[in-house]
Design a protein around this ligand. Structure first.
Ligand code: EPZ
Length: 414
């Protein structure tokens, strides 16, 4: 799918942030840990959520999405055998469904999960955890799981991993006994999953900043829960506003405490931020300052905003550098920006960005965040650009065309 982006001289308007993709996907999977009715609010209408709904439907789970109310009602009183829906390999988050399945089936198989294609996306941390819990795993054209006796684990992560942390929690909340997890990820999305599980009756306690103890319970009960606002969507629009001098946008329904690392960068760039409860006003300066920054596990700057910040810095007044420590080959946007004559390169994770006027042209959304970065590039170029493979953007940005229109950016499907 192609979209055409036309940018006004300044960006001005007001938008509302939707529910978080990276909290919602594991919470949908976690709903299958109970046989009772789970009601979720603030569920974003994005294609990754639709894919997860299709997988649940394929598993024989009752799932109803009311997109007007952003409400999803799930009832998993029965689950068919395998995770073999074609949607499983369309998104990485499908691997969260393994955890409920180990409590429903003695043996089952799953297709390999998908995921944005910026370099290797291994799942070795997850499989290692499941083996420690008492599952035999065979990796062939599918991944085959055979349950022996499930046992609690005492596990320290060698690398901070969002998905690994979440799967460790999802799978042990129903394992009798005491599980201890250390060096866990503490992204707001992980905390949202923990709050959701606690609302279902899970016993999870923090014993220090990055360690938790889980007391396994026999079953989890029904709940109603509202997904946290999407901090990466909010940060994406905050940086989009910075792409045009003297622009001003207001974003509503954010959780400001999740955005401290983004607010810090916007201030360093010379942007002005006014916070009013769960709303934020962002004003861009005449000229963007250059900065040097590293991505890292929360509370450091999120890797998911690196492609978007890299693009904004092309408007900087001098050379900037970003050290991408999570995915050293997250560079699919760099290839596209170079087509627009940007002076930007990545070498072993270190991105060097020189001030560059951008020409218009046709670029490609190679993955979700690269796609949003191309919208930022179109705004910076001030000319009309065509973005190919725009379906990637719809995977994680709810009502992207409506929201761009609300801040003055014309976006139309070609
Ligand atoms: C989650 O991916 C997010 N995806 C990613 O967002 C995000 O970039 C990432 O966390 C880091 O914050 C979802 O939540 C669906 P990790 P995840 O496990 O859990 C390595 C987006 O744009 N690793 O924290 O897969 C991995 O390669 C997406 O919304 C292994 O080596 O990330 C990386 O270098 C993109 N083996 C590091 O750990 C494993 O088994 C951290 O990855 C798992 C991960």
């Amino acid at each position: 799918m192609k979209i055409k982006i036309k940018c006004p001289s300044i960006i001005k308007g007001e938008i509302e942030i939707s529910g978080s993709k990276n909290a919602c996907l594991p919470i949908i999977a976690a709903s299958l840990l109970s046989k009772e009715e789970i009601t979720l609010y603030n569920v974003p209408l994005i294609t990754d959520v639709i894919s997860m709904i299709r997988i649940l439907d394929d598993l024989g789970v009752s799932v109803n999405y009311n997109y007007v109310e952003s409400k999803l009602v799930i009832r998993a009183n029965r689950i068919k055998k395998d995770l073999d829906s074609c949607f499983v390999s369309k998104l990485r988050a499908s691997y969260y469904l393994i955890s409920p399945l180990i409590h429903r089936k003695n043996n089952f198989a799953t297709l390999y999960p998908g995921g944005c294609n910026f370099g290797k996306r291994p799942i070795d941390f997850h499989l290692k955890l499941y083996k420690q819990m008492g599952l035999d795993i065979t990796e062939k054209e599918k991944i085959y799981f055979k349950k022996r006796k499930l046992r609690p684990i005492n596990y320290t992560f060698s690398t901070v991993t969002v998905g690994g942390t979440i799967n460790a929690i999802l799978s042990t909340v129903l394992i009798k006994g005491k599980t201890t997890l250390s060096n866990i990820a503490i992204e707001p999305e992980v905390i949202d999953v923990i709050h959701f599980l606690q609302s279902m009756g899970a016993k999870i306690q923090f014993i220090d900043k990055r360690s938790i103890v889980i007391e396994g319970v026999k079953e989890l009960h029904k709940t109603t829960y509202s997904i946290m606002p999407d901090r990466i969507e909010a940060g994406s629009y905050m940086f989009l506003a910075m792409a045009k001098p003297n622009s001003q946008i207001k974003i509503n329904k954010v959780n400001v405490s999740h955005l401290e690392n983004v607010i810090e960068v916007i201030n360093k760039l010379g942007g002005e931020i006014t916070i009013i409860n769960d709303s934020m006003e962002i004003k861009s300066p005449e000229n963007i300052k250059n900065i040097n920054i590293s991505t890292g596990p929360y509370p450091y700057f999120p890797t998911d905003l690196q492609p978007i910040l890299s693009t904004v810095l092309l408007n900087g007044n001098d050379t900037s550098k970003i050290n991408e420590t999570i995915y050293p080959s997250r560079n699919s946007h760099i290839k596209e920006l170079s087509k627009m004559k940007a002076s930007i390169e990545m070498n072993q994770g270190l991105i060097t960005i020189n001030p560059s006027p951008l020409i218009s042209g046709m670029v490609q959304a190679n993955d979700l965040r690269c796609g949003f970065a191309m919208i930022v590039a179109g705004v910076i170029s001030g000319k009309q650009i065509i973005i190919n493979q725009a379906e990637y953007i719809f995977r994680g940005y709810d009502d992207i065309m409506g929201k761009l229109c609300k801040i003055g950016i014309k976006c139309k499907k070609e």
